[in-house]
Design a protein around this ligand. Structure first.
Ligand code: PLP
Length: 361
């Protein structure tokens, strides 16, 4: 056993220990080739086999239909906020955006630089504690696409439904909940996710895009940001983030070994239930998100007395429960419980919270 702590960081987030050990084992001498993965040409047979297998495993995990491309890109989700309109929002046209929190707002702000943004739905009237139902949305008649954030990592709001937008391409930021439970890829025009929450190391982003959406980039779109260029070059127009790609591939393998996304989804359901049930039953902790909209991945909570926050975090650290401090914009606490966080970590967290409440609550 190792002395690794339980790490509830929102991102870069905990990764499965067995994966990290495997990386360590094969780091200096990958598959007896005499060199490491980060020292080989991305165009070598060896790396191409790593890249291809990672893509195939992701396709298997999410049942990605064959008319979708899987792209491994750089720049993170924040770059997609600009890259998306550069590729899919023609000059002088409109895109619909749903505002459910800080990430949704960042996407809106960036897209507004490239075209008209219609904020078709917003959680603002609910103080970002509930997701507006679709019958409250005002979608435009001619949107180039509809964008939403499936899981607001900071606010702790998650869609447990998929918007119905007819023939308009549905575009989704799934950075913090991709691979956490089954999804129907065919409902989307494009799905993107930064790697560092539920996939692998930072520095990489996965983009799953329907083929008919390729090739519409604006003239001014930089070559390195064109989805079509990426697709035509198997995400190797220029040097890709090889280490992140390789390690993400190992996480995909690990997920398959766990039984796939349906199995991990059941575990995630159990994990979040345990934590929210405990919070709801306690007198010291609270979470005020509308029940059906609570995130399975990021659980924000407050202590009844803010003056206990410092002590709560210090004692947690001492017990090896790390990174429970809430985002600087919302305060309080947040436990991020992605796929790599197992039920033992939730048990440890809940026991600690109960003891702390007994002592100071
Ligand atoms: C983390 C996160 C981002 C930003 O990702 P970067 O890789 O830092 O650009 C965007 N959207 C969501 C939902 C996130 O969780």
């Amino acid at each position: 056993m190792s002395n690794r702590a339980y790490n509830f960081c929102a991102g870069p987030a905990a990764l499965p220990e067995v994966v990290l050990r495997r990386v360590q084992d094969e780091f200096l001498d990958w598959h007896k080739k005499g060199l490491s993965v980060i020292e080989m040409s991305h165009r070598s047979d060896e790396f191409v086999s790593i890249a291809t297998k990672a893509e195939q495993d992701l396709r298997d995990l999410l049942y990605i239909p064959s008319n979708y491309k899987v792209l491994f890109l750089q720049g993170g989700a924040s770059q997609q906020f600009a890259q998306l309109p550069l590729n899919l929002l023609p000059q002088d046209s409109t895109a619909d955006y749903i505002d459910t929190g800080i990430w949704g707002q960042k996407a809106i702000k960036e897209a507004s630089r490239y075209g008209y943004v219609n904020v078709a739905g917003t959680a603002k009237p609910y103080y970002y504690h509930a997701i507006p139902r679709q019958n409250e949305w005002k979608l435009s008649s001619n949107a180039a696409y509809v964008h939403y954030v499936a899981n607001e990592t900071i606010g702790g709001l998650e869609f447990d439904w998929v918007p119905e937008v007819g023939d308009v391409p549905l575009v989704c930021d799934m950075s913090s909940n991709i691979l956490s439970r089954p999804i129907d890829v065919s409902k989307y025009g494009m799905i993107y996710a930064s790697a560092q929450k539920n996939i692998g190391p930072s520095g990489m982003l996965v983009n799953i895009i329907r083929e008919d959406l390729l090739g519409c980039a604006r003239l001014l779109c930089p070559t390195t940001l064109s989805y079509k260029v990426a697709a035509d070059n198997s995400s190797m127009y220029n040097t890709p983030p090889v280490f992140a790609w390789y390690l993400s591939g190992l996480v995909f393998e690990w997920l398959k070994e766990q039984g796939g996304v349906a199995v991990i989804g059941k575990l995630n359901k159990e994990k979040q239930c345990m934590l929210y049930d405990f919070i709801d039953a306690s007198g010291l902790y609270s979470n005020s998100i509308n029940l059906p909209d609570r995130s399975w991945m990021n659980v924000p909570f407050c202590l009844a007395d803010d003056r206990l926050n410092e002590l709560f975090l210090t004692c947690a650290d001492e017990r090896g429960l790390l990174n429970l401090k809430g985002h600087r914009l919302v305060g309080g606490m947040r436990a991020s419980i992605y796929n790599a966080i197992d039920i033992n970590a939730i048990n440890a967290l809940v026991s600690y919270m109960a003891e702390f409440e007994k002592e100071y609550g």
